[in-house]
Design a protein around this ligand. Structure first.
Ligand code: CA
Length: 389
């Protein structure tokens, strides 16, 4: 940082004066774990943590551990702050999800803030957008417990949104192995028949197969022309991934349950050819940028996992549009997410002709309807005790 007095004075007006961690509640019991980082002039950035178990653990880390360290800091120091927060709290991890979800929430908020302070969209600060219209793929979950006909009906409904690809997720019980291989294969065949021979499809086993079960299903997916086979085996068994990848030609995808460079590197070395770290899990823009460099060095694809329909989705789009143009895969979009989340936004996030447009306003480019947002905010416990002095 410059030691120039006028520079420091100017930044002083923009130092961090408040870090808030809270839930935003939606209909039917849904909730998101968000943070808001505000500077002295009232400018604020919004970030989101992974929603696992309500994001409670990440909100607590933000509240009790990160907030005091962030007070009076320069929000433009995104990488310095990320690194400092990580190393101060490394014994909360380093591989666990909650620490990296907390880092993600703060990092996304700081980049949003940085964009607003510099009056630039985040993608511009990342080096520029190759394109700002991004096709999406429909991630259709919950198929383990549906009949073949029900799976087809759900996929048919999602096809009306005109996605670039449909991924069928099974979301079965991770404590079971190979619970219904013939049933899963029948669903894969039925969906292929439904959408026609050439429509792009992907298959997500959500970690429920043995190695031999995964190879059996994978061979059928190859025959049916599926583009990738996601998380065939348990996430923390890299050698099982290697065995499956070694027997199959179809691209193996994984990485949504990895939080560190080390974890992503291990998956790549075990034959995973599409890595899927998630911006709200892996330390935000700062964390994902490191993973992109790693994927590029190994020559594998990085196609982020993403399920959160507002902040997470938009942060992901800023990130993806700044990837080199060789990155041709559509972005993941959980079409079953409650559309009511658009109620807190001045401009709803809606797809058109199977694609989303990346907001071009400063920061993430999201403008919140403050009244609606305030109504839905539930401060994380102890919120009034944030150290601001
Ligand atoms: Ca998945």
């Amino acid at each position: 940082m410059s030691n120039d007095a006028s520079y420091d004075e100017e930044i002083g007006a923009q130092e961090i004066v408040s870090v808030e961690a809270f839930h935003v509640v939606w209909e039917r019991g849904g909730r998101s774990a968000w943070v808001r980082v505000t500077t002295g002039d009232g400018t604020f950035g919004m970030g989101e943590a992974s929603p696992m178990a309500g994001g409670n653990a990440s909100l607590e880390i933000v509240q009790s551990a990160f907030a005091p360290l962030l007070m009076h800091q320069n929000p433009l120091d995104t990488a310095v702050l990320h690194n400092r927060l990580f190393h101060h709290h490394i014994k909360l991890g380093p591989d666990g999800g909650a620490l990296h979800g907390a880092l993600a929430a703060i990092d996304v908020a700081l980049w949003d803030l940085k964009g607003k302070l510099l009056n630039q969209p985040v993608y511009q600060l990342l080096g520029g957008a190759w394109r700002t219209t991004l096709p999406f793929y429909a991630s259709v979950g919950g198929n383990a417990h549906r009949s073949v006909d029900e799976v087809c009906r759900v996929v048919e409904a999602r096809m009306r949104d005109n996605p670039a690809l449909v991924k069928i997720r099974f979301d079965g019980d991770k404590t079971e192995r190979d619970a219904d291989l013939p049933g899963d294969i029948a669903k894969a065949r039925a969906v292929r028949k439904l959408v026609g021979d050439t429509f792009p499809l992907a298959f997500d086993a959500n970690n429920t197969y043995s190695v031999s079960g995964a190879i059996r299903v994978g061979r059928v997916l190859e025959e049916l022309g599926y583009e990738w086979f996601e998380e065939p085996v348990l996430p923390h068994l890299p050698h099982a991934f290697a065995q499956v990848a070694g027997k199959l030609d179809i691209a193996i995808a994984a990485g949504e349950q990895e939080y560190t460079l080390r974890g992503i590197k291990q998956l790549i070395e075990c034959g995973v050819s599409i890595v899927q770290p998630d911006i709200v899990k892996t330390g935000g823009f700062t964390g994902l940028c490191e993973m992109v460099a790693l994927a590029r060095a190994y020559g594998v694809e990085l196609v982020p996992h993403q399920t959160q329909p507002t902040i997470g989705h938009v942060a992901n789009m800023h990130f993806v549009c700044a990837l080199p143009h060789a990155q041709a895969r559509p972005v993941e979009y959980n079409v079953q997410a409650p559309s009511t989340q658009n109620a807190v936004l001045e401009t709803p996030l809606l797809s058109q002709n199977g694609a989303f447009t990346v907001p071009s306003g400063p920061g993430l480019g999201l403008t919140f309807t403050q009244e609606e947002l305030t109504k839905r905010i539930r401060p994380w416990r102890g919120a009034n005790e944030i150290e601001t002095g």
